[in-house]
Design a protein around this ligand. Structure first.
Ligand SMILES: Cc1cc2nc3c(=O)[nH]c(=O)nc-3n(C[C@H](O)[C@H](O)[C@H](O)COP(=O)(O)OP(=O)(O)OC[C@H]3O[C@@H](n4cnc5c(N)ncnc54)[C@H](O)[C@@H]3O)c2cc1C
Length: 467
């Protein structure tokens, strides 16, 4: 009996590895099966972390080439060593993924390398790199197999000239022209990296706006800022074909609502139209786990349709974000061990790590209008925030939305320096059911960017001081 695990997690991404650690902390005998040869999943290996490192490094390059002079810092002969930039990224990734192996040892989680398949209820068959199969017995199985890039029909990815985000994180040279198919978060972040390093970047988007799930005012402002930074946009346009030539790629475009086709050329095309759940070879059908439009169907407690099989993260419904997957991992492990657990999905922040950053939590104005909720708006520009001005980042604003009657905070949308960090204050406020008055009455240190959040809260009732 001692060889039976209380929990076998399939997938070692932020959902899976966090669930495994939390389960082990709760006294469960736990194993985590991962097939990519490194822990950390999409996020650490080919997602959040390498993209943020390249955003950091390319920002430093841009500052050195365009930003320093104004500050009186004379940087002579600044040049780009792309190979070193990529090596530095790889070093960060390796350090962090190995860190998770250390955390597994510390928490006594067994790391099982190989591809997992649910062979039957309570049985996970693992095939290792040599093709050898072993079977793990488990009281509970957690599916945390994540997601993969959504393909675009008719466009074949070779990860050299036509790339997904994975290829775009490892290009060997700066393309002269990059076309990004899809104006969502991942495409824009990677576009910013390559634009800063010297590429001409054009975004082709099917819808009539970029960042379609974000607050309309924020996405318009972001488009304007990116245009100023050199981005070109073709909105309401669909890509219908791609031909790879010796020198690059020729794309065929059509207006989204129909019309004449035209061709554009690029050295590299990034296909970034979204991600889809990954369940290949998991054996879900055979064991009877029900799906819902490609996602594993779960109830409010992360249980699938088969007793003892649970699922979390990108493979289930909800925003495809690492922190959402992590929180679900913790809560699912706690529920499995008999505790109560809950996530307020209205309070999950999302961030675009460009410069300035974009961050949001809660509902947008568009959603509140659609839902017929009466609301108040408080807005404060970073131009009027002394810390932003002193640090060279006066673009953007904080917009706070609160209930017209109760003043409870319903959402916040920030575009500006460090927006991703600032949003945490509002997420916390929302978790506690705070009002804009609560934020406005909280003493904020001076000079900080957070004062813009406080001023936006004051602005809900027209009481802002500095604008
Ligand atoms: C370029 C990019 C940038 C991103 N940036 C951010 C960001 O800044 N912030 C953010 O919150 N999110 C970001 N994301 C999204 C984030 O990476 C995902 O939401 C997150 O990784 C989901 O975690 P997960 O554990 O559900 O799945 P994953 O991280 O996808 O992990 C699943 C793991 O399961 C393994 N696996 C799959 N099937 C099997 C099997 N049968 N057997 C064994 N192992 C298996 C896979 O190899 C993978 O390692 C980004 C994504 C990309 C692509």
């Amino acid at each position: 009996m001692s060889d039976v695990y209380d929990l076998v997690v399939i997938g070692g991404g932020p959902g899976g590895y966090v669930a495994a650690i939390r389960a082990a902390q709760l006294g469960m005998k736990t194993a985590c099966v991962e097939m990519r040869g490194a822990l950390g999943g999409t996020c650490l290996n080919v997602g959040c972390i390498p993209s943020k490192h390249l955003l950091h490094a390319s920002h430093a390059y841009e500052e050195a080439t365009h930003g320093f002079a104004k500050l009186g810092v004379v940087a002579k002969e600044v040049s780009l060593d792309l190979k070193q930039m990529m090596a530095s990224k790889d070093e960060v990734v390796t350090g962090l993924t190995q860190g998770i192996e250390f955390l597994f040892k510390k928490n006594k989680v067994d790391y099982v390398k190989g591809k997992g398949r649910i062979a039957a209820k309570g049985k996970v068959a693992v095939t290792d790199a040599d093709g050898k199969e072993t079977t793990l017995e488990a009281k509970n199985i957690l599916i945390a197999t994540g997601s993969e890039s959504t393909p675009l029909p008719g466009i074949e990815v070779d990860e050299k000239k036509i790339v997904t985000s994975t290829g775009a994180l490892a290009l060997g040279k700066v393309p002269k022209k990059m076309v990004i198919i899809g104006g969502g978060v991942i495409g824009l972040e990677l576009g910013v990296v390559w634009r800063r390093l010297g590429a001409e970047v054009e975004v082709v988007e099917f819808l009539d706006r970029i960042l379609p799930t974000m607050d309309g005012e924020v996405s318009k402002t972001m488009q304007r800022i990116l245009k100023k930074a050199g981005f070109a946009f073709r909105l309401s346009t669909k890509v219908t074909g791609a031909k790879t030539t010796r020198s690059g790629v020729t794309l065929t475009l059509e207006p989204a609502k129909g019309g004449d086709a035209e061709e554009i050329k690029a050295d590299v095309v990034l296909v970034s139209i979204g991600r889809r759940p990954y369940t290949d070879g998991l054996g879900l059908e055979a064991v009877g786990v029900e799906m819902d439009r490609g996602k594993v169907r779960i109830d409010g407690h992360y249980r699938t349709s088969v007793e003892g099989i649970w699922a979390i993260g990108d493979v289930v419904d909800g925003p495809m974000l690492a922190h959402k997957a992590e929180d679900e991992g913790v809560v699912a492990a706690e529920i499995m061990s008999g505790q109560a657990g809950h996530i307020d999905y209205d309070c999950i922040p999302s961030v675009v790590y460009t410069w300035p950053e974009v961050a949001s939590v809660g509902r947008t104005e568009e959603q509140l209008k659609e839902q017929d909720v009466a609301y108040k708006v408080g807005k404060f520009p970073f131009q009027a925030n002394s810390r932003a001005r002193a640090s060279g980042g006066g673009e953007g604003f904080v917009k706070l939305l609160s209930d017209a009657e109760t003043d409870q905070v319903l959402g916040a949308h920030i575009i500006g320096p460090d927006a991703g960090t600032l949003i945490a204050e509002v997420a916390l406020a929302m978790e506690f059911g705070a009002s804009s008055e609560d934020i406005a009455r909280t003493c904020h240190a001076h000079p900080t960017l957070n004062e813009a959040v406080k001023e936006a809260a004051l602005a809900v009732d027209g009481r802002q001081i500095h604008a």
